[in-house]
Design a protein around this ligand. Structure first.
Ligand code: BJW
Ligand code: ZN
Length: 252
């Protein structure tokens, strides 16, 4: 069982507001490869940063659509892991004690929502939703692999995953809410993210410069490690359940 620093436990117990930023590492233990590890098998010769762009979709819509559709179909077989469940439990605990926890995710897999987290702020969209590039109509896609790539809308337009690619603006309400929650929060948790993609990676600085203490959970050292009051180099699925369990065992 992970050992939890006592001053961290005390900070979680007393913080009036917590912001949690999650990245692909939170879903790694659900069997979803992280963004920068996503290229296996036939995709090994591609760089993910080259495919996750509007330019790549304009140049080769079939290739980009196939890549996302394969990831969408694999996602259908994945379930929330103990890290997702612990964060949902922490959010409920905070609410029961009249305090706020804002969960901000860069992930496009919706596993936080499946685990029971409320009001999740999705910065980079969702792979479960596809959008027509002509009429903008969005549809939830839970079925089998598409028969054609890219799939077509009834209006004839090409459909694309409703995710945010490099060079595209994040949903304005999502990034605004995430930034507002980060300013003045008491504890900022950076969980399973490499912290290299902006503007999400800037949230930690907003929080720190306005007084937050910072927890990072990531087996690797990242740009967030040097900014963290506690840099815990363990898998999120081991550390977060231990943290939440110890919190529940102590009276407030
Ligand atoms: C574990 C673990 C375990 C493993 N437990 N941990 C300088 C300043 C500001 C911006 C820029 C800048 N330079 C360039 C930019 C722009 C660009 C950017 O940031 N580029 C960087 C590469 C430098 N940003 C953008 O383009 C954004 N848009 C924008 O800026 O718009 C401006 C604009 C305004 C107005 C009009 C128009 C434009 C958009 C960014 C969109 C990012 N989208 C992606 C793809 C989504 C779809 C897809 O998945 O294919 O989002 S990129 C990719 O990176 C994905 C992720 O959400 C995101 C973050 O990655 P994440 O989650 O951190 O994953 P990894 O793989 O990097 O790391 C996983 C971590 O987990 C690792 O550290 C592991 O160690 C760890 N781990 N097991 C805990 N068990
Ligand atoms: Zn359409």
């Amino acid at each position: 069982m992970s050992s939890i620093p006592s001053d961290l436990l005390q900070t979680v117990r007393t913080a009036s507001s917590i912001v949690v930023l999650t990245g692909a590492g939170v879903s790694a233990e659900s069997g979803i490869p992280t963004f920068r590890d996503a290229m296996d098998g036939l995709w090994a010769r591609f760089n993910p940063e080259d495919l996750a762009t509007p330019e790549a979709f304009a140049r080769d819509p079939q290739l980009v659509s196939q890549w996302y559709d394969e990831r969408r179909c694999k996602l259908a077989m994945c379930k929330p892991n103990p890290a997702h469940l612990a964060l949902a439990q922490l959010q409920r605990w905070m609410r029961e004690h009249d305090r706020s926890m804002t969960l901000v995710t860069q992930n496009i897999d919706r596993l936080h929502q499946e685990a029971g987290s409320d009001d999740v702020i999705e910065l980079h969209g969702s792979l479960r939703v596809w959008r027509c590039t002509r009429c903008e109509k969005e549809t939830d896609e839970r079925g089998p692999a598409f028969e054609t790539h890219p799939p077509r809308c009834s209006c004839g337009g090409a459909r694309r995953p409703s995710v945010v690619w490099f060079g595209e603006a994040l949903p304005a309400d999502a990034i605004t809410r995430a930034q507002r929650a980060s300013v003045g929060c008491r504890l900022f948790m950076s969980i399973g993210t490499s912290g290299v993609v902006y503007p999400a990676a800037g949230l930690i600085d907003l929080a720190r410069t306005t007084g937050a203490r910072v927890l990072e959970v990531n087996p690797a050292v990242t740009t967030a490690s040097a900014k963290a009051d506690w840099a815990i180099h363990e898998p999120a699925g081991a550390f977060l359940p231990a943290l939440v369990q110890q919190l529940m065992e102590q009276a407030v």
